[in-house]
Design a protein around this ligand. Structure first.
Ligand code: MLT
Ligand code: ZN
Length: 428
């Protein structure tokens, strides 16, 4: 249990510096039974609790805002033996994504979801936010990887199962309810996750285009490849900032408006397969010839987050639109953001844009405009980061009154006293 404010500060501030709160205290249980004891005691004293994993969230969903008890799950870091017959593994909520992937690799397997915050993000938090990341087009989000969840209710009772049965037709999907619940229903203590084969060979290329619609057309063509794993977009303005921040050379001698980072993974080298796809709109192509070159191509994309942060505290809006409407969305956003520095990037195959704005003098208007634009195009106000406190007030854009009533009823059923993560997902 930590009470020193200087020590607690690392748990009460998110890493962008946007969300700063305070905690009555920080509790760091070592196992499920200690989590249950903590929750039972908090319940007895009417103390609200904010569960936290690796504190890599971007919507203020994992930091305490009003002196709650901060329940850190990072010590629940046990990894079970890989079950090769089922291709599954049990992981404590505090297992870091990179540790999970290393553990799977030792058995010739891999975990399907990969995100840039892999060294810090924990599987409990990733399940709680239904994290997506870089490989969703091939294997889906966290929801598709979860074969079981063990969690503790606000009153300290343990629910769920880690048996990982692929078939189970006995009523409500309680584990499924916890995916994307953002710590508002119960505290996830362990998960059973599906694993995928570890592919030996990868082919990575950076393609340049004149506009987003050409990049979308390229994705349509590339989808014919069974080995296609990632299709990530960024733009020239963002790339320039990344190159300046990292002090690296740009990928091409001349600048292009739009870049698409494409990766294929297979047992046999997919490079020929990737090269065989006709991409009429491509203006330039850089193919990684070795792992160093591959890392460099990924740096252009993955360093966007730290680069944006280096400019100041960013407004970060993670949204999704149907991919066919991505170009329309991009145009609308560029027209709407008239103050500050706009940096757009994201996961184009899912129409998932990260709208980052630094130094804007009208953040509330920009937030409202961006979220409304996504909703108006049939999209979502959160594709992979969650709703948190950041977007709770805009949930009505994509959830009807009847659906929001269901959200409130589900919350009451799991957490009648409203002790878990108050204000997150469901507005106070
Ligand atoms: C990413 O795709 O890099 C992450 O979602 C982080 C971010 O949006 O900054
Ligand atoms: Zn992302």
């Amino acid at each position: 249990m930590l009470t020193d404010p200087a020590v607690c500060a690392g748990f009460t501030t998110d890493w962008t510096g946007r969300y700063r709160g305070s905690a009555a205290l920080v509790v760091r249980p070592a196992d499920r039974d200690q989590v249950a004891e903590v929750l039972a005691v908090c319940g007895e004293f009417g103390a609200a609790v904010v569960p936290q994993g690796g504190n890599t969230g971007l919507v203020g969903g994992g930091v305490p805002h009003n002196g709650e008890v901060l329940l850190s799950l990072t010590r629940l870091s046990a990894l079970g033996p890989v079950d090769s017959a089922a291709r599954q593994v049990n992981a404590g909520a505090g297992v870091r994504l990179s540790a999970l992937r290393e553990h799977a690799a030792a058995s010739g397997l891999d975990f399907a979801v990969d995100i840039a915050a892999r060294e810090s993000a924990t599987v409990g938090g990733m399940v709680a936010t239904n994290a997506g990341g870089l490989r969703v087009l091939r294997w889906g989000s966290m929801r598709e990887q979860v074969a079981g969840v063990e969690a503790v209710l606000a009153d300290g009772r343990v629910v769920g199962s880690l048996c990982g049965l692929d078939k189970d037709s006995t009523g409500y999907d309680l584990a499924g309810s916890l995916v994307g619940s953002e710590g508002t229903l119960a505290v996830i203590t362990a998960v059973r996750l599906r694993l995928i084969p570890a592919f030996a060979r990868r082919a990575t290329a950076l393609l340049a285009f004149g506009g987003t619609s050409d990049a979308v057309a390229a994705i349509s063509a590339l989808r014919s490849l069974p080995s296609l794993t990632s299709a990530e977009v960024f733009y020239d303005d963002g790339l320039r900032l990344v190159c300046a921040h990292r002090d690296i050379a740009p990928p091409f001698p001349v600048a292009h408006p739009v870049y698409l980072l494409v990766e294929c993974a297979a047992d046999d080298d997919p490079i020929e397969e990737l090269g065989s796809v006709e991409l009429p709109g491509a203006l330039d192509t850089a193919i990684a010839v070795d792992e160093t070159a591959r890392r460099t191509l990924w740096t252009y994309r993955e360093a966007h987050t730290e680069t944006v942060n280096s400019l100041g505290t960013p407004l970060k809006l993670d949204v999704g639109v149907p991919v066919a409407r991505a170009a329309e969305f991009e145009r609308a956003i560029r027209a709407a953001v008239t103050s500050g520095t706009l940096v757009l990037f994201g996961h184009l195959a899912e129409g998932n844009f990260h709208v980052n704005v630094v130094g804007a003098d009208d953040e509330e208007r920009i937030t409202d405009t961006v979220l409304r634009a996504a909703a108006a195009l049939g999209g979502t106000i959160s594709a992979e980061h969650g709703v948190g406190v950041a977007k709770a007030a805009w949930l009505n854009l994509t959830r009807s009154p009847a659906e929001r009533d269901l959200y409130a009823a589900i919350k009451r059923a799991w957490d009648p006293a409203g002790a878990l993560n108050p204000g997150v997902l469901i507005p106070r």
